[in-house]
Each structure stands twice: as C-alpha cells, then as structure tokens.
Design a protein around this ligand. Structure first.
Ligand SMILES: [Zn+2]
Length: 264
C-alpha cells in the first residue's frame, strides 16, 4: 500500500473507532445507535462537531465535557486509536494496493468489518460482560456474505459458523452437567459462530486454542498481581476477540508452523 492509502486507512480507522464508541455505549442499553446525536452522558448537552473529532477533541478538552466538566472516559480515544492501529495492520498484512489489485478491495473490506466488530465486542464485554446480539448477528450475516463473494466460499463459511457455535454449545452443556453452572453465555456461542463465518472452520480451532492461551496468561497474570483469584469471572469474549484478530492477521502462518512442529 502507498503512504497515501495507509494515511487514508488510519483516518478511516479513527472515524470508525468513533462510531464503535457509540455502539459500545448504546447497544448494551438497547438504545438506537443512529439517534439522538452524541451528547454528554452527564449533562445531556449535544456535542458540536469540534467536540466530536476523534482523539483530538478529547485531548483539547483534557478529557472533560465542555459544559459540565465531568470526565469523559479514556476509553473513547483508546478505542479510536486502537481501531486505526488494527486497520493499518490489516492493510499492511494484506499487502498490495486495494485500489489497483483485483479482489483486494473486497478482502480489505471484509477484514476491516471483521476487525471493527471484534473491537466493539471486546470492549463491550470488558465493560458490561455482554455481547450484544445486533453485533454478533450482523457479524454472522456479514461473514457469510463476504465469504460468498470472496475466496473462502459460502459452504466453508457456513460450516465455520456451525462448528464455532457447536463446539461452544457442547462445552457449555458439558460444564453444566459436570459443575451445574453456565461456563459461558450464549453471546460467546454466537460470537464464535460469527468468527467461523468470517474465517472458516479450520481457523475456528486456531481461535479456540489461542483464546485459551490468552485467557490462561491473563488469568495467571491477574492472580499473580493479586487482582483476582483463579475463580475470578473473566469475560471470555475479550479472549475470543484477541484470538480472532491474531488469527485474521497471522492465521495461515500459525497453522503451518503448528502442523510443522507436529510432523517433526
Ligand atoms: Zn456534560
């Protein structure tokens, strides 16, 4: 990608990140993400455009509402910057120019939609322990549509969705029988179905493996830091998000490496 394309991608990521912040704040409450326009959650003052510029407005206002001075969460600029960063990574890993290479524009669009959904799900699960249906259902449909017009193909996408949902439902049922508790919510089941729809069934196994590795590292880290015990409830959607992002960026090399170590 050229420097101009990468710059455009970064600015686009900041704008999408700003929209993701609205989704993260409103979807768990069941509020429309379209209307009303953004307003301060404390005093209700509607934001004018200069208070709504990604990252810069937050910095200019020093993280406070212009009207009532109540603090604005750091989450806003962090999500905007993270989205821009992930978009840049996706563009860089894809290689080539999406404007001039056949099929690359579609591949990039698929990766950006997938990344945006994963970021929104990650932060929402972290803040509320919920994975809103509008995100997972939209993602499931988008994954199938992108696969149908892309190289993955609709059947591998549908099998991916079924394997993703099936594996987690089986684990959930097993846990219920053994321990009498719900190990995970149905949101996690729908989320792995969405991931399978985008990446195909082979990568579902990679995502499951990676998510348990990430979860174990975080769980042990928290226990060591004295901020939780091994029984502390952790939002599994966060680990699924991180694992799916890694898989979408480096999935094939990881699978090749893993299979290589088995055949030695
Ligand atoms: Zn205010």
């Amino acid at each position: 990608m050229t420097l101009i394309e990468l710059s455009g991608l970064a600015v686009f990521g900041l704008m999408i990140g700003s929209f993701l912040n609205v989704c993260i704040s409103r979807l768990p409450e069941g509020v429309s993400i379209v209307t009303p326009a953004s307003r301060c959650p404390s005093c209700g003052t509607a934001l004018v455009w200069r208070d709504n510029v990604p990252v810069l407005s937050w910095l200019a206002l020093r993280g406070q509402c212009r009207t009532c001075r109540s603090p604005i969460s750091r989450r806003y600029p962090v999500v905007e910057l993270a989205t821009a960063g992930v978009f840049l990574l996706q563009g860089a890993m894809l290689g080539g120019s999406p404007l001039t290479t056949d099929g690359l524009g579609l591949a990039l669009a698929s990766r950006l939609v997938f990344s945006a959904l994963l970021i929104a799900l990650l932060v929402t699960d972290l803040e509320t322990f919920r994975l809103p249906n509008p995100l997972t259902y939209f993602g499931l449909a988008a994954g199938v549509v992108f696969s149908a017009v892309g190289p993955l193909g609709v059947s591998r996408s549908l099998i991916g969705a079924a394997v993703g949902a099936g594996v987690l439902l089986a684990i959930r049922e097993l846990w219920k029988r053994l321990k009498g508790v719900d190990a995970m919510g149905l949101g996690d089941v729908k989320m792995l179905a969405m991931i399978g729809a985008f990446l195909g069934w082979q990568q579902v196994w990679l995502v499951l493996l990676l998510s348990s590795v990430v979860g174990a590292i975080v769980g042990v880290g928290l226990a060591v830091a004295g901020r939780g015990t091994m029984q502390t409830k952790l939002p599994y959607g966060v680990f699924l998000s991180i694992a799916a992002l890694v898989a979408s960026l480096w999935g094939q090399p990881l699978i090749d490496w893993y299979l290589g170590t088995l055949s030695i």
